[in-house]
Design a protein around this ligand. Structure first.
Ligand SMILES: Cc1cc2nc3c(=O)[nH]c(=O)nc-3n(C[C@H](O)[C@H](O)[C@H](O)COP(=O)(O)O)c2cc1C
Length: 177
């Protein structure tokens, strides 16, 4: 699939078919995560791949949505702050790294005909307990994966002029002349 088509094809899938994901496809998706760029190539992420079959009750404690617990696979993306790159002024780039890794996951999934959805509003302490995540790792985002049961709705996005400025911050050139 061409990349331009792929970015429009990907959407947040919140309804999945009860169909398993072939391990070969899952490996391709995880390899996309492995090859994602990270600041200073620190790769400060660890992924926990969860097969949801038979675990729905526990997973509901992490994020209480039927579509989430019924996706065949859920990935928990954890960051390790101690090994992430920190800029001179103290800014930690862990969240940026995790976002890039999981964007690779969602786009690789879409390329293979699979759907995904980011989940940030999960119960962090329940996730830590259930998945046995140690204190030096932070669960940052979950992502559901599976075959979409429905069709995408039209995407709502801000107009590009509101999002992109050229040369300087929005309107600054016009106002200074
Ligand atoms: C960092 C992040 C966190 C998100 N957390 C949630 C979430 O907790 N629950 C949910 O249903 N969707 C979540 N989403 C999905 C967004 O709502 C969705 O990406 C956005 O509305 C744009 O729609 P689209 O993905 O279909 O293009 C999250 C997306 C991102 C990037």
């Amino acid at each position: 699939m061409r990349f331009q088509e792929l970015i429009h094809r990907r959407y947040s899938v919140r309804d999945y078919l009860p169909k398993e994901i072939d391990p070969t496809l899952l490996n391709l998706i995880l390899t996309a995560a492995q090859f994602a760029p990270t600041a200073a190539n620190r790769q400060p992420f660890r992924l926990i791949v969860i097969s949801t079959a038979g675990k729905q009750d526990q997973l509901r404690e992490i994020y209480d949505r039927e579509w989430f617990v019924n996706a065949p696979i859920i990935i928990c993306a954890c960051g390790i702050p101690e090994i992430a790159w920190v800029r001179e002024d103290g800014k930690l780039y862990l969240d940026a790294d995790i976002a890039i890794v999981m964007d690779h996951v969602s786009l690789a999934a879409a390329d293979l005909g699979l759907g995904s959805c980011w989940v940030a509003s999960f119960q962090t302490e329940r996730a830590r307990d259930i998945l046995q995540i140690p204190d030096d790792a932070e669960p940052i985002v979950f992502m559901s994966l599976g075959y979409p049961a429905g069709e995408p709705e039209e995407k709502e996005r801000k107009p590009i002029e509101e999002l992109v400025a050229y040369e300087t911050w929005f309107g600054q050139i016009a106002e200074s002349h």
